[in-house]
Design a protein around this ligand. Structure first.
Ligand code: AP5
Ligand code: MG
Length: 218
C-alpha cells in the first residue's frame, strides 16, 4: 500500500502515520523527521535546511525530491509506505508520480486530515516527543501513561521542536495554505483523495482512517 498524508502543521499526520505503519507493516516516511535527522547529523542537506525550517518556509523542491527518491528505493519500502509531509508542492507531487511510474507503481490513496486553525496552534504548542524513539505526546491530549517515562521505550528524555514557536507556526500555516492546499484538488481530480475528520480524538481518527482505507481497497 502506498499512501500520502496531507494536512496542515499539527493536523496529526505523524500521529496517524505511526499507527498506519503498525497496522499495515509499511514504512513511515516523514520528510520533516528526515530533515531533522540531517540537521542533527550536520550533513550538507541539514545545513541548508536548518534556517529554512526555523523560518517556517519550505525547503527547495529539488532537495526534497532527491531525499524521497533515495528513500523509497530502500528495501523497507518494497511493501509500501506512508508519506508524511511530502509532497508539499505541485512540483513535488508531479515528481512523485513520475518516480512511482518509473518503478511501475502508483499511489493507492491520499488521506486528507482536516483540522480547524485554532486547534492546530493548541496541538503544536503542547507537543513533545521521546528523545530516544521519537514517539509523539501532547501535554493535554496524549500524556505518557507513567509521567515522565516514554510508553514505547522507557526513556525519560523528551524533546520539543525548534519550529514549534508561535511566529514560526504562523509561517508554516501560511506555507501550507499557499503551497500545499492546492494539492487537494490535484489528488481529488485523480480520484485518490479521502478526507477524514481530524478534529475527532486520536483513536477515532485512526478508526476512520482504517475504515476508509479498507473500503477503498474493496
Ligand atoms: P514537518 O515535520 O512535516 O511538520 P508539519 O507539516 O508542520 O507537521 P507537524 O509534524 O508539525 O504536524 P503533524 O501533522 O505531524 O502532527 P502530529 O501528529 O505531530 O515539517 C517541518 C518542516 O520541514 C517544514 O516546515 C519545512 O520547512 C520542512 N519540510 C518537511 N517536508 C518538506 C517538504 N516535502 N518540502 C519542503 N519542506 C519540507 O500532532 C501534533 C500534536 O497534536 C501532537 O502532540 C499529537 O499528540 C497531537 N494530536 C494529534 N492528533 C490529535 C487529535 N486527533 N486530537 C488531539 N491531539 C492530537
Ligand atoms: Mg509531523
Amino acid at each position: 500500500m502506498r499512501l500520502v498524508l496531507l494536512g496542515p502543521p499539527g493536523a496529526g499526520k505523524g500521529t496517524q502515520a505511526q499507527r498506519i505503519k503498525a497496522n499495515y507493516g509499511i514504512a513511515h516516511l516523514s520528510t520533516g523527521d528526515m530533515l531533522r535527522e540531517a540537521v542533527a547529523a550536520g550533513t550538507e542537506v541539514g545545513r541548508r535546511a536548518k534556517a529554512i525550517m526555523d523560518a517556517g518556509r519550505l525547503v527547495p523542491d529539488e532537495v526534497m525530491i532527491r531525499l524521497v527518491a533515495e528513500r523509497i528505493a530502500q528495501p523497507d519500502c518494497a511493501r509500501g509506505f506512508v508519506l508524511d509531509g511530502f509532497p508539499r508542492t505541485r512540483a513535488q507531487a508531479e515528481a512523485l508520480d513520475a518516480l512511482l511510474a518509473e518503478r511501475g507503481e502508483r499511489l493507492d490513496a491520499v488521506l486528507e486530515i482536516a483540522v480547524d486553525d485554532d486547534a492546530l496552534v493548541e496541538r503544536i504548542s503542547g507537543r513533545f516527543a521521546c528523545a530516544q524513539c521519537g514517539a509523539g505526546y501532547h501535554d493535554r491530549f496524549k500524556q505518557p501513561e507513567v509521567a515522565g517515562v516514554c510508553d514505547v521505550c522507557g526513556s525519560r528524555e523528551f524533546v520539543r521542536r525548534d519550529d514549534d514557536k508561535a511566529e514560526t507556526v504562523r509561517a508554516r500555516l501560511e506555507a501550507y495554505q499557499a503551497q500545499t492546499a492546492p494539492l487537494l484538488p490535484y489528488y481529488r481530480d485523480q480520484g485518490l483523495l479521502i478526507a477524514v475528520d481530524g478534529m475527532a480524538e486520536i483513536d477515532q481518527v485512526s478508526a476512520e482512517v482504517l475504515e476508509k482505507l479498507e473500503a477503498a481497497a474493496r
